[in-house]
Design a protein around this ligand. Structure first.
Ligand code: ADP
Ligand code: ZN
Length: 209
């Protein structure tokens, strides 16, 4: 199963990718997580990426295409993978099509903008392992502490209100057109985001059947 998850920021892409990764036994490749790790480690890539991410802008296509094509060559991707956060532009999608990789399905998770804003505003992320929590929808057992690794939970710099608006604009103008691109290839599957994570997972699994 070579799968792309396509959805607005905060639609639950990462959370559902985690579930699918466990379900199908294939790796979740989250470009956002890769970039944030590089920022935390202070790599050259991290320094470049930070200014874009904090402003709610996309990291340049050539950078992202390089990262993902290299990652997909690794052994663990042989039997499948879930791309979470890539492609985000037409140029990225075309580059993926030009590589040897053949994508089986592209799943979108539909959530309206008002809901997205509400979700991103309450989102928390573990500084240690990157797992996502939410002040209302995925409350950690102990406030401010990651259930997985005990790490500290923080609000991402790009989850500030001004930045959230930019990210939504970028999604609608640059990423959403990819739905038509993959629909034309007969690969598009659509799921509707629900209030509860497990209900969304059920939608997602049904859409992938
Ligand atoms: P979200 O989907 O919630 O916006 P991500 O963790 O997927 O969060 O991405 C965070 C940020 O990382 C994006 O806003 C963007 O700046 C950058 N980024 C991630 N993936 C890509 C990509 N494929 N192309 C360009 N920028 C990316
Ligand atoms: Zn953690």
């Amino acid at each position: 199963m070579k799968l792309i998850l396509l959805a607005a920021p905060g639609a639950g892409k990462g959370t559902q990718a985690e579930k699918l990764s466990a379900n199908f036994g294939i790796p979740q490749i989250s470009t956002g997580a890769i970039l944030r790790k590089n920022i935390a480690d202070g790599t050259e890539l991290g320094v470049t990426a930070k200014s874009y991410i904090d402003g709610g802008k996309l990291v340049p296509d050539d950078v992202m295409i390089g990262i993902v094509t290299e990652r997909l060559k690794e052994d663990d991707c042989k039997n499948g993978f879930i791309l979470d956060g890539f492609p985000r532009t037409l140029a990225q999608a075309e580059a993926l099509d030009k590589s040897d990789v053949v994508i089986d399905k592209v799943l979108t998770i539909e959530v309206d903008d008002a809901k997205i804003i509400e979700r991103l505003s309450g989102r928390l992320e573990c500084k240690g392992c990157g797992t996502t929590f939410h002040k209302l929808y995925r409350v950690p057992a102990k406030e401010g502490v990651c259930d997985n690794c005990g790490g500290e939970l923080i609000t991402r710099a790009d989850d500030k209100p001004e930045t959230i608006k930019n990210r939504l604009d970028v999604y609608h103008t640059q990423t959403e057109p990819l739905k038509d691109y993959y629909k034309a290839q007969g690969k598009l599957a659509v799921a509707y985001g629900q209030e509860k994570i497990e209900d969304t997972t059920a939608e997602v699994l049904a859409a992938l059947k």
